[in-house]
Design a protein around this ligand. Structure first.
Ligand SMILES: C[S@@+](CC[C@H](N)C(=O)[O-])C[C@H]1O[C@@H](n2cnc3c(N)ncnc32)[C@H](O)[C@@H]1O
Length: 216
């Protein structure tokens, strides 16, 4: 299988809506960063979460299955190669919608943290948006609703403490180019997302959730 994500590495390192934004600021704040805090950033991609947390003094290990992302560890979220409770905090931003087994991935993140799991992902809107996302990028599996996120995190033994919705606004042609959507598919994607595009800018709904490991 082609390693599509490695080929996209530079595009995701440079993507404005991945590099910065109020969603990223809040995710970093909710990690309760500091000098003694050890973090695992799952599906690190361009490494933006890791960069910001290191600036706050955290020790961060990055994980991603695509070698081109140059993470510290090459690993899928569904099989994290760490002992139980190896980290204070586990982060995962704008990636769970690519995971083949989301429940296993959430269970793994809950297993390797001692304290917090802080995630951000695009939130489920409707089946038409899902169809557009899959056509734009066949690695898209599914987005989840706020209730589904709460249920998955709770089932993994975590308590949801805080949750906030955001909107990200990529330029739609840049968003399509980042994953090399063929022109004929790109036209259909724009048609499907018509209600969410204004003046060439797409609105993407996302959710940031802070969940704490339940006391045993
Ligand atoms: C949009 S990028 C991540 C963005 C990054 N976290 C950020 O904040 O900028 C999605 C990443 O998910 C990774 N990925 C895809 N399937 C995965 C899986 N099963 N487990 C972990 N990571 C996966 C890809 O290799 C890619 O680097």
């Amino acid at each position: 299988m082609t390693d599509v994500w490695s080929q996209r590495a530079d595009a995701f390192r440079e993507s404005p809506t991945h590099r910065e934004g109020p969603d990223l600021d809040l995710l970093v704040e909710w990690c309760e960063p500091g000098d003694e805090v050890k973090v695992l950033d799952v599906a690190t991609g361009g490494g933006h979460v890791a960069r910001r947390l290191r600036e706050q003094g955290c020790t961060v290990i990055t994980a991603d299955p695509a070698p081109g992302m140059k993470s510290d560890v090459v690993s899928r979220a569904e099989e994290l190669p760490f002992e139980d409770g190896s980290f204070d905090v586990v982060t995962c931003r704008i990636a769970p919608h690519h995971f083949e087994d989301i429940r296993r991935a959430v269970a793994e993140m809950a297993r390797v943290t001692q304290r917090l799991v802080v995630i951000e992902d695009n939130v489920f809107v409707d089946e038409q948006v899902e169809e557009a996302e899959r056509l734009r990028d066949p690695t898209h599996v599914r987005c989840y609703t706020e209730d589904e996120w709460k249920e998955m995190l709770t089932d993994a033994g975590l308590e949801v403490e805080q949750l906030e919705h955001f909107q990200r606004h990529p330029v739609v042609d840049d968003w399509l180019a980042r994953v090399d959507t063929p022109p004929e598919d790109a036209a259909r994607v724009k048609e499907l997302l018509g209600d969410h595009i204004s003046d060439g800018v797409l609105t993407l709904d996302s959710i940031v959730v802070k969940a704490r490991r339940s006391q045993k």
